[in-house]
Ligand binder design. Structure first.
Ligand SMILES: [Zn+2]
Length: 311
């Protein structure tokens, strides 16, 4: 975290910067009860609990409340483990609650994208437009649809801090569904970027990556990405598949190259997108995705395995 961004946080706000498989964890401490925002990915739940147990985290103190910005696997994957350990209630955005209640793995992009999440129960819903006091700070819950149509961001006007989830990163935002799959997603993404542009924000705590202060530049990059996506929906589809394949690779750690064709045929997201956008033999789609990730320096082939590129 750049010292400047961290210096701008009130003392009761703590950010645990994670990686691409697990979202960042934000801890808001208060004598009225400590609140955690987002719980990371399931595979990392032991690490999430270990971070929470540190002195910078909760130490031996209880957790009063777990809140999620949205319900994708990398933000709610630790929910079940945290509830088991701390016995705290869970709050999710109002728009996400019905999907979680019926465990809609396609809408939530779980099994449908080859992402594993231990089932959890919703105790409270957070309607957009409501205000909550967490960590002795007032947080406005604002609708931020796009990457996830039910997502919320949390804004504290006093310190001009935005907890943005995957609605805004320093370089972009979470992948978006192409118009042919969800016609509302890209227009919503654009509207969310414009909505965020109207807020007075000094520091953003994104769902992934370090907290950052260059908010205007980040919004400009987000607008440019929206425009590029609006111009080419196949690009949107390809981006979504590459991001999901990279996520799966980080989850599995390595995938057999010989199995990639069967993988893109078996996993719903790739199968459906292929039928809609690419119409390639599965082996060719696998080759296309692996080749593009390789060209971007994100993956390597090692002894018949696809592995994440070493930094
Ligand atoms: Zn995320």
């Amino acid at each position: 975290m750049s010292p400047r961004a961290a210096d701008l946080f009130p003392p009761q706000l703590h950010v645990f910067v994670r990686d691409w498989l697990s979202s960042n964890n934000i801890l808001l401490k208060s004598r009225d009860g400590h609140v955690l925002i987002d719980s990371g990915y399931g595979r990392h739940a032991p690490l999430t609990l270990a971070l929470l147990a540190t002195e910078r985290g909760l130490g031996m103190a209880p957790l009063a409340f777990l809140v999620n910005t949205h319900c994708h696997s990398d933000h709610v994957g630790g929910n079940a483990a945290i509830v088991r350990h701390y016995d705290c209630p869970v709050a999710v955005p109002e728009g996400e609650a019905p999907l979680v209640e019926r465990w809609d793995h396609k809408a939530l992009l779980y099994d449908y994208c080859d992402q594993q999440v231990e089932r959890f129960t919703v105790d409270h819903v957070l309607p957009p437009g409501t205000t909550h006091v967490w960590g002795d700070l007032e947080w406005q819950a604002l609708a931020a649809p796009g990457h996830d149509m039910g997502a919320l961001v949390f804004y504290n006007a006093e310190h001009r801090v935005l907890i943005s989830g995957d609605a805004l990163w320093e370089h972009g935002f979470g992948f978006v569904m192409p118009p042919e799959i969800d016609p509302a997603a890209l227009p919503a993404t654009r509207a969310t970027v414009e909505m965020l542009g109207k807020l007075d924000i000094r520091v953003v705590i994104p769902g992934h990556g370090e907290p950052f202060t260059g908010v205007a530049a980040a919004l400009d990059r987000a607008r440019a990405r929206v425009a590029a996506f609006e111009a080419d929906s196949v690009r949107v589809a390809r981006h979504a598949l590459k991001v999901n394949l990279m996520f799966a690779l980080l989850d599995h750690q390595r995938m057999p190259l010989a199995g990639m064709s069967a993988y893109v045929e078996r996993v719903g997201l790739y199968r459906d997108f292929n039928a809609r956008f690419f119409r390639l033999p599965p082996a060719d789609l696998a080759l296309l995705l692996v080749g593009e990730l390789e060209k971007a320096g994100a993956v390597e082939r090692v002894d018949g395995w696809l592995v994440p590129a070493r930094a």
